[in-house]
Design a protein. Sequence first.
Lengths: 313, 313
Amino acid sequence: MYIGIDLGGTNIAAGLVSDKGEIILKDSVPTNSERPTGEIVKDMAELALKLIKEAGYTPSDIDGVGIGCPGTIDFEKGEVVYSNNIRMEHYPLAVEFRKHLDLPVRVDNDANCAAMGEYIVNGDNAGSFLFITLGTGVGGGLVLNGKVYRGFNGAAAEPGHITLVSGGEPCTCGKCGCWESYASVTALIRDTKRAMDKAPESLMHSIAAEEGKVSGKTAFAAAKRGDKAAKAVVDQYIRYIADGIVSCENFIQPEITAIGGGISREGDYILDPVREYVGKTGFNKFMPKGRIVTAKLFNDAGIVGAAAIANEK
Amino acid sequence: MYIGIDLGGTNIAAGLVSDKGEIILKDSVPTNSERPTGEIVKDMAELALKLIKEAGYTPSDIDGVGIGCPGTIDFEKGEVVYSNNIRMEHYPLAVEFRKHLDLPVRVDNDANCAAMGEYIVNGDNAGSFLFITLGTGVGGGLVLNGKVYRGFNGAAAEPGHITLVSGGEPCTCGKCGCWESYASVTALIRDTKRAMDKAPESLMHSIAAEEGKVSGKTAFAAAKRGDKAAKAVVDQYIRYIADGIVSCENFIQPEITAIGGGISREGDYILDPVREYVGKTGFNKFMPKGRIVTAKLFNDAGIVGAAAIANEK
């Protein structure tokens, strides 16, 4: 039995997770990320202990704790090398956590944990599994032979920062033309606004007015009601997603690619054309194709995955 | 001791290779790829036998044969699923070869073999090693933990067909905007010609006239002599190379990336600006950077790698 903790900028979510990846009990507390890191770590440990006790166990029943944290993580050392969201730099998170709750602790990047969580429930024991999350940014993780692939320096699997348009839109990472700058919800909103500026007659205006803002849903909602300008935005956005997935497939040929993040709730409306494009343009015409599926866990992926990483052999 | 065979469109190159990857003896014969495949396979086996005998051995001294072949290979079956260059479709190459020389035979994609060959001499036992070849196309191979990474369907590691400019230049693969359509020598020649059309005063014209054609060297030669239009072509070409390498690094973080193919003979003239761009724009600013090196083996990589794949555990 493991504890999985998903340390986010807004909430600390934690769960007591069985060896098979089932959440037995879960809870969350606010991160309040502006306060001293030590207080955040103390709350993480207290939340874990609360779950253990509420479920009728003691710490000695727990095999380990996994923590998923945004930013650059030194997995071997259990150290947060740099995190912008939680304001940590070379912070020995595993060591600090154990001062409050002395159990084996592993720390990994939050997207790696989410990938591992999705793999547990959605991975069918695939030898190669790619998780892509389309949200404010584009993140992801790669699970090879049931283990997170971290690259030689622990920083691998940043599919959002493969180039999609060399020299294109500026990305938050400092490079131009990253996949994230085209396939994130942030990019979709930018492109929706640009299209609205050019199409004053578009339904997108009234939909955005009803919502009170332009969101990632605006163009989709208008396109489904037959709006041409919106359809063009959606088609181009789907093409950007698909073109990045082809890149990943032509490089790694994952058996399963799971698409998560808010936008994936559009389901087959996005995935059918993505599958069609990837099937048609993928480099290999003569071998079995990888499956492209929607993610299943959403918010629980981080908890389940962090616990699985604590359990990694 | 192994036999490595590099089956190319022009020549069949073969070598007797030690367990450590040293070529003991090598030779080649023309492929004459238009003739019946059975004759080509017979010549491959006869070439192998000739090498074995000339080195004073018998087939029983040989632990196995590795064959690198262009196209789509079913590694498990030893079958060429499809090869355009050698005109094979669902051809049981391993079985057919053994009719002439009955030794354990493995067949793999030629770029995978070249990657493995480079890894043997240039890989420093790196846990992750990416080989990129910039030639008529852009090919490559990925070696993880000392083994070729083939993906779930055997078709992985086609870095030339990751997208570099979504919706950009048409690629021979049918998709638009592949890295190959920008970083191959074919693309460089196209861009050199386009620049020459716009710059009648450029040195590129006289250099091409001397050479009798526009080649991958034209722009480099003119740029080194201070020609501005040529310098712009070279700078953009190097940027395309670098942008693709950043994509590979941000996804896989290989410990070593080795660049081969004719153009890599430009050495640090290309690689220094590539390293600078990758170092500056790679996603991870806080962890060790992978090394980018030039390939060492050139034409022998296929032979050494095919032998190593025969020796793969």
